[in-house]
Design a protein around this ligand. Structure first.
Ligand code: PMP
Length: 408
């Protein structure tokens, strides 16, 4: 015992093997801070509305996933307050043991009905939903096929599983078919983002469904950015294409249109029953708090009762997209309220974000590895609650900054 302790303390002072070395050598973020170009962890002093307060100053927010503008809606907030009054602030345990409330079960029933699936299961975050579901389903003899641009939580879910991971080129159906062919005869799960979170383009679901049937693969869609946004009634990417019955598993998060924090999977009863007993991110993590559950429930009611919100979101999306295109910006293949403005080099994107910030515009920056190298972009996203006047101010600021940087 003692020998071990002595040996450990000697190793701790041995610089070559100190696990913390990488921390002192990581200087990129500090350099960006020193240059005044660091765009992350900005502190907001107000609600996630079209206008936010940063450093005591009003800014127009075009970096939020609050697509339907529901995070500050009186009904959503009242539902949360009521739940806190009745159930308190937390569940102090996992769904499996002491953390299942009646409102968790009612929300699952509501989500299943809304997503038109047999059953739904709620998790504490969207990230955990992907970790739990994918690692529960994909065993050592299975193949998981994912789009190169799938969200980090899908990739990490794959890494946690014992399945073999195959990545295909972004939305490239020939590449997907090649991988499916190569892996005939094995259990296969295709996982795609319905709407890609940085590019704002939509998965080629009709062809993915066709290929999944041809090669006997199961299909999971992460519809974090599709639910509430796409489809005739806001049910997401599968509804958008009329393919709800063809997608085996639909994953969603509450952190976008559903105005809170948490996630869910919707699928057939037997699959959800299995996940419920094998998803470690569900079983060994506390359940979502009453306030979140109640907020999501109220948000779903509003989505069903007020289709005008989605219409307004699309009005704003089209105004921004057409505005950027008319100014000559490269918006890639976006067809949703996520509109990237592709800039190229990382430093240019950081400079652009800073200049936008100085003009009162809060937009996000995405650099490699979130996007391919030399495809750094300003990720903009819109809410139903933005006004035309706010969007005009956004476009004017982009025009000024884009010209100053020689981007347009
Ligand atoms: N999937 C996608 C496509 C996402 O964009 C995100 C969040 N950005 C998640 C999953 C994770 O969701 P959450 O924020 O609820 O953890």
């Amino acid at each position: 015992m003692d020998g071990g302790l002595v040996q450990n303390s000697q190793m701790a002072v041995n610089k070559e093997t100190d696990i913390f070395d990488k921390c002192s050598k990581f200087t990129a973020a500090r350099e960006a801070m020193a240059a005044g170009l660091y765009p992350y962890f900005r502190v907001i002093e107000s609600a996630q509305d079209p206008e936010v307060i940063v450093d005591g100053r009003k800014m127009i927010m075009i970096g939020s996933n609050n697509y339907l503008g529901l995070t500050n809606h009186p009904r959503v907030k009242e539902a949360a307050l009521e739940a806190v009054r009745k159930y308190g602030s937390g569940c102090a345990g996992s769904r499996l043991l002491n953390g299942t409330l009646d409102i968790h079960v009612r929300l699952e029933e509501k989500l299943a009905r809304f997503m038109r699936k047999e059953t739904a299961l709620v998790f504490s975050t969207g990230f955990q939903t992907n970790l739990g579901v994918i690692s529960a389903l994909a065993g050592k003899d299975d193949i998981i096929l994912i789009d190169k641009m799938d969200h980090a939580s899908i990739i990490d879910g794959c890494r946690l599983s014992f399945g073999e991971i195959k990545k295909y080129r972004h939305n490239d159906m020939e590449d997907l078919e090649r991988l499916l062919q190569q892996n005939n005869g094995k259990g296969k799960l295709i996982i795609v983002d319905g709407v890609f979170s940085m590019e704002g383009d939509i998965a080629d679901l009709p062809n993915i469904v066709r290929l999944s049937k041809k090669y006997g693969a199961r299909l999971m869609v992460d519809d974090a950015h599709g639910i509430g946004v796409l489809g005739k009634t806001g049910r997401g990417t599968a509804e958008h294409f009329g393919l709800e019955d063809e997608v085996d598993l639909i994953m969603g998060t509450y952190s976008k249109s559903l105005a809170s924090i948490g996630g869910f999977i919707a699928a057939s009863e037997d699959v959800v029953h299995y996940i419920k007993h094998f998803a470690r991110a569900l079983i060994f993590s506390a359940s979502p708090p009453p306030s979140s559950v109640a907020s999501v429930s109220a948000a779903i009611d509003i989505i069903e009762e007020e289709p005008g919100r989605r219409e307004r979101l699309w009005h704003n999306t089209n105004k921004a997209l057409n505005g950027f295109k008319a100014l000559g910006f490269d918006t890639g293949k976006s067809e949703t309220p996520i509109i990237p403005v592709i800039v190229g080099e990382d430093r240019k994107a950081f400079t652009m974000a800073r200049m936008l910030h100085d003009r009162g515009i809060f937009a996000n920056v995405a650099v490699s590895p979130a996007v391919p190298a030399d495809m750094a972009l300003i990720r903009t996203s819109y809410m139903a609650t933005h006004t035309d006047e706010q969007l005009d101010r956004v476009l004017k600021a982009f025009e000024e900054v884009g010209r100053a940087l020689g981007i347009i």
